[in-house]
Design a protein around this ligand. Structure first.
Ligand SMILES: Cc1ncc(COP(=O)(O)O)c(C=O)c1O
Length: 368
């Protein structure tokens, strides 16, 4: 007989600081601009909305558990073998499945100081230990990651570009990281924001997955495809990793509406291009205009910007957050990402972007 007085979760679970999503409301404010979760201001392709609506006629049917049509559509779009793709209920689902498949009690998984919070959550949930590698200039540092590899390391999680910093690791550096990792360590390249990057030295990781046995790339439909509400993501990996994940995923982990909308979204290349161009224009505008106000901006390649605030009383990130929220402008506090003096802002609609710059100018007591 156990001496426990009640069921206890496995070690690690109670150490998890639960993920707190970006706020979506401002008390008492009628018009709210949500710029806290990196959603696209352009919304999904109208074709994806139509495909989603058509599913309503047959809600009684189970989804295709193999997500065959969707995997084929993704395969066509990226030139990939559909058998090497697994779909999930958001990339969160896939990140957790990878952790469950590869981590056990006492193992270690490395992520970087300001890395996406799902990595330590998924790691602790498996009874494993998250190991933090410091960043340089808010950017993942390959040498710092390699210095933390031990005999217990099983996964390296790298968001590229990273959320919430918006920085990226050039592909040469990713390849250097991979070359130096022991063969039994799985390198998880989380490319949730890949579509927004327009740098010649960036690659999402497809080539590396195709040519190695220990690299996986995760992607999402939540960002550029504007389908966050439907929860849809996918991974591309070596056959043996795909096999492991398929064994433990829920048999119907992706719903039909997500699959149908996802196929329409990925086939609407013009919508994706519009979103890329829009983001490019407004990210540059926000970086320049907020910079002119005297606030430091971390150069971003994604669809959000990281704004640093002074620690002077009345001018802090917390003060700015309260000031903006009172005006219906909801940015993301990133203290949980070890960035207590910064706010993250998603590139929003033109109206929202202009309102934030104007409000920040007012907050800082400067003419915009
Ligand atoms: C780096 C990164 N990876 C994964 C995700 C999760 O996306 P999904 O909505 O597909 O679960 C996010 C969402 O914010 C993210 O920023």
């Amino acid at each position: 007989m156990s001496a426990l007085q009640r069921p206890e979760p496995r070690p690690g679970v109670v150490d998890i600081e639960a993920y707190v999503p970006g706020k979506s409301t401002a008390p008492g404010i009628a018009q709210v601009f949500k710029l806290s979760s990196n959603e696209t201001p352009l919304g999904p392709s109208p074709k994806a909305i139509a495909a989603y609506q058509a599913v309503a006629r047959h809600l009684e049917d189970y989804p295709d558990g193999a997500a065959s049509d969707l995997r084929e559509a993704i395969g066509r779009s990226f030139g990939l073998d559909p058998d090497r793709i697994v779909c999930g209920a958001g990339s969160d689902d896939l990140l957790n499945l990878l952790a469950r498949a590869y981590l056990t009690d006492g193992d270690e998984a490395i992520h970087t100081t300001h890395g996406f919070l799902v990595y330590p959550i998924a790691t602790l949930g498996c009874g494993a230990k998250p190991v933090v590698a410091p960043e340089t200039n808010y950017t993942a540092d390959v040498d710092a990651i390699l210095a933390r590899v031990t005999a217990r390391t099983r996964i390296v999680f790298l968001a590229n570009p990273n959320n919430p910093t918006g920085t990226y690791v050039p592909f040469d550096e990713v390849k250097r990281l991979h070359r130096a990792l022991p063969a039994h360590v799985l390198l998880v390249l989380d490319a949730a924001y890949a579509e927004y990057v327009s740098r010649n030295d960036y690659e999402s990781g497809i080539e590396l997955v195709a040519t190695s046995e220990n690299v996986v790339m995760c992607r999402t439909f939540s960002k550029i495809h504007g389908l966050a509400a439907l929860r849809l993501g996918w991974l591309y990996g070596p056959a043996h990793v795909v096999d492991a994940v398929n064994r433990i995923r829920g048999p119907f982990n992706v719903n039909t509406a997500a699959m149908r909308a996802g196929i329409a979204a990925i086939e609407d290349a013009a919508h994706v291009e519009r979103s890329q161009a829009y983001n490019e224009q407004w990210r540059a505008w926000l970086t320049a205009e907020i910079g002119k106000l005297g606030l430091d901006m971390t150069p971003s390649v994604a669809n959000f910007v990281l704004i640093h605030f002074p620690t002077t009383k009345g001018r802090t990130a917390q003060d700015a957050d309260a000031f903006l929220t009172a005006r219906g402008l909801i940015l993301r506090r990133v203290a949980a990402y070890k960035l207590p003096n910064a706010l993250r802002m998603s590139v929003g609609s033109e109206q929202a972007n202009r309102l934030v710059v104007k409000a920040l100018a007012e907050f800082l007591g400067r003419p915009a």
